[in-house]
Design a protein around this ligand. Structure first.
Ligand SMILES: C[S@@+](CC[C@H](N)C(=O)[O-])C[C@H]1O[C@@H](n2cnc3c(N)ncnc32)[C@H](O)[C@@H]1O
Length: 248
């Protein structure tokens, strides 16, 4: 059970899907009333398509991504004493899920609080969610850009990021975010990124940095943002003890 309030990812995308479903639904109803079936049928298909996209997006942002991240975290097998960074933590969906699994460890969330990327996004909201979830003692929240993380090299045992890096506009800046995430990772630390696109470029950047165990896999329907084409991919990698001498 979640007690926090986590808003909606990419709220304008959801509004557009919902509006297209409503408009095509009205047009389909008019078409069935006024036109022959062979003309009304195709319009109804659009309605079904947009309605399906809206339902899938709504489900993923409100429930699916939480379930998938619980599974991802299950597989990571945290000991509980790790130092963790959540890059682009937003209102804290993954941040608080990680914190619940920590005992003596701590998780830090960084974000620039874009309300285009997540509705109602604000540092205060994330801090309040940590409190509502009863994990405040294990959570720190900071305002920081993922392209320039305010942490020393080799600070974290685990770096996670959910649906955040693709929001950085240019390819060079997304690569810089990966470089930063890898820089603040301790040797033998792990990086776990779920994102909707560009994960092959992230993987390439990590290989160039001599990350080991670089793996990508598609996540299931619970993490589709409307349809399978807009599915989420999970990227995992580790930092070798000596990155310079241990290529992937
Ligand atoms: C779709 S939201 C996902 C939030 C959270 N990870 C989750 O899964 O609920 C994307 C987040 O990335 C953040 N973001 C975008 N660009 C960023 C940047 N350059 N540095 C840090 N955070 C950024 C946004 O503010 C937003 O909170």
């Amino acid at each position: 059970m979640r007690r926090g309030e986590y808003g909606y990812d990419a709220p304008y995308a959801l509004i557009i899907f919902g509006s297209l479903a409503a408009i095509s639904g009205i047009l389909a109803a008019i078409a069935w009333w006024r036109l022959p079936a062979y003309a009304a049928g195709p319009i109804s298909l659009y309605f079904v398509l947009f309605l399906g996209n809206t339902c899938s997006f709504f489900y993923t942002t409100r429930r699916g991504k939480f379930l998938e991240w619980e599974r991802i975290l299950d597989r990571i097998h945290l000991r509980g004493d790790e130092t963790v960074l959540d890059v682009g933590c937003g209102r804290g969906a993954v941040l608080t899920a990680v914190a619940r699994r920590l005992t003596t460890g701590r998780v830090t969330g960084v974000d620039i609080w874009s309300t285009t990327d997540q509705s109602g996004n604000a540092k205060d909201v994330t801090v309040r969610n940590a409190s509502l979830e009863g994990v405040s003692d294990r959570v720190r929240v900071e305002t920081a850009d993922m392209r320039m993380l305010p942490f020393a090299d080799a600070t974290f045992d685990l770096v996670v990021s959910s649906l955040a890096i693709h929001n950085v506009r240019s390819k060079a800046d997304r690569r810089q975010a990966i470089i930063e995430g890898f820089r603040v990772l301790k040797p033998e630390g792990r990086i776990v990124i779920a994102d909707i696109r560009a994960t092959s470029a992230y993987a390439e950047a990590l290989r160039t940095l001599k990350a080991s165990n670089v793996e990508r896999r598609r996540l299931g329907w619970r993490f589709w943002w409307g349809n399978p084409v807009a599915g989420t991919t999970l990227l995992t990698a580790s930092k070798p003890l000596n990155p310079k001498s241990e290529p992937n």
